[in-house]
Structures are given as C-alpha cells and as structure tokens.
Design a protein around this ligand. Structure first.
Ligand SMILES: Nc1ncnc2c1ncn2[C@@H]1O[C@H](COP(=O)(O)OP(=O)(O)OP(=O)(O)O)[C@@H](O)[C@H]1O
Ligand SMILES: [Mg+2]
Length: 241
C-alpha cells in the first residue's frame, strides 16, 4: 500500500432513499453533516424529508422529525399516501415526531425550540429532519436574535452527531437562498429545488441542484425530477459524471 492510498479515507454516507439524488451525491448525504433543502412552496421539500426518514427507518436508525408545517394527523396521512407507515415506528420509539400544538403556536414554537437541545443531549439519534425552519425564523423578529437562534440550533444538531436535513422556503428573489439568508451559511450542503417555466410556454417542471456538499464529489448542474404517489424520482443519465 503506498502513502497516498494509506491516507485515503472514504467518508460514511447516509443513503437519501432517492436513487437519482444518491447518484448526484456519489452515494448519499455525508453522515453527521447538516444539509439544507431550499425551495419555493410545493417544490417537494416535505416529500424529500419524509422519503429520507423512511429510508433511515428501514435501516433501523433512530430518527427525529420536527414538523412545523402541518399537524400530526395530516403528516401521518400524507406519509401513508406515499406508502410510508410511520405510525409503527412511532410506537416502537424509532421515530420521534415533534409537531406544533394548534392551541398556541407561539408558545408551542418556543417549547419546541427549548426542548430540542435537552432531548438530543439525552438521546442518541442517527437522523434528524427539521421541516421547515422558516416558521421558526419568522417568530424571531430581530435579525440578531434570529441569527443567534439559528447558530445555536445548528450547533445543537451538529453536536448530536446525527445526519440532519433542514428545509427552508426560498427567497423570493433568489431560488438558491433561504428566505432569511442565514441557513445556507451554517450547513455543510445545500440542495436547491426550483420551478422551471420556459418562456413562451405554459409548461412548468421541477429541477433539483446540489449547490454544494462538503467532502463530496457531487454532480454540478440541474436535474429534472417528478413527484408521484411513490415519492420523488430524479432523472439522471447513466454517464452523468
Ligand atoms: N401523492 C402524490 N402524488 C403526486 N404528487 C404529489 C402527491 N403528493 C404531493 N404531490 C405533489 O407535491 C407537491 C407538494 O410537495 P411537498 O408538500 O413535499 O412540497 P413542499 O415544498 O414541502 O411544499 P410547502 O412549501 O407547501 O411545504 C404538491 O403540490 C403536488 O404537486
Ligand atoms: Mg412542506
């Protein structure tokens, strides 16, 4: 074995559960890293998140899913429409689902924000999804407060050692930036989801791009994807690299 091959260390990956995306990422998300999925309304942020967690659960990993966008019933119903039965994993305590209580959203958000660090200090978790971070950011009205909150939250996730996916609404002006422009600076990887509307047609399609991913030889360029009753499918050619 020469010096170069002795020093070469292959990095552990977490399969995303989306075949085309795994190929774009040379095998999946780098384990223990933080990845942002940024996209406008309806681009599939929640579908990617659920598909990833479903795959982690199939691999017997312990997962946390923080969902600020819909209640527990709607979340479980949406997942089951894709064929992902999360209820049994919740019963087995392999999936810890955290959702907002509709009674008092503001109090509920603050409770969740306070409970996450305590929970992750006492429980070993392999995979985390936070879908979406935007509502939490909106509840912090001052810019410095919002930045501090995001920094601390991302540090908490990083220190937990879990592979973490955080979704965010895109900025109105730039599909590659999150709504508040903070998240992308705190994570190790960014995936952008966007609508493509060719000029002069009524067509609308979806494209996905791995904007950056530390320690990964990832594909550069947009790839079309579809959302069906089986989840997300990304179209990639065999000779992509
Ligand atoms: N069972 C299904 N079959 C086909 N397409 C579906 C199905 N469920 C959802 N979709 C498509 O996916 C879109 C929503 O995806 P998803 O909820 O993952 O997006 P999102 O980015 O999380 O949206 P939001 O910003 O509203 O949270 C729908 O608008 C629809 O086009
Ligand atoms: Mg969503």
């Amino acid at each position: 074995m020469n010096e170069i091959s002795m020093n070469k260390k292959s990095i552990e990956k977490d399969i995303t559960g989306i075949v085309g995306l795994d190929r774009m990422l040379s095998g999946g998300f780098p384990a223990h890293h933080l990845v942002a999925v940024i996209g406008a309304f309806g681009t599939g942020k929640s579908t990617i998140s659920m598909q990833f967690i479903n795959h982690c659960l199939l691999e017997n990993k312990t997962c946390v899913y923080i969902n600020l966008d819909v209640g527990e019933d709607q979340f479980l119903e949406t997942a089951s429409m894709f064929g992902w039965d999360f209820e049994k994993y919740i019963e087995d305590e392999k999936l810890i689902l955290i959702t907002l209580s509709s009674a008092d959203i503001s109090t509920s958000i603050m409770k969740i924000e306070g409970a996450i660090p305590q929970f992750l200090e006492s429980t070993k978790v392999d995979c985390i999804v936070f879908d979406s971070i935007t509502l939490l950011e909106m509840f912090h009205t001052s810019e410095s407060e919002r930045r501090n909150m995001m920094f601390n939250l991302c540090e908490t996730f990083r220190n937990s050692g879990a592979t973490t996916l955080l979704t965010s609404e895109a900025s109105v002006d730039d599909p590659y930036s999150s709504k508040f422009g903070i998240l992308e600076y705190l994570v190790d990887g960014v995936i952008a989801l966007r609508y493509v509307r060719p000029v002069g047609t009524y067509d609308v399609s979806l494209e996905m791009e791995v904007v950056r991913m530390r320690q990964t030889n990832h594909h550069r360029g947009s790839r079309p994807y579809t959302i069906t009753e089986k989840g997300i499918t990304v179209s990639v050619e065999s000779e992509m690299f």
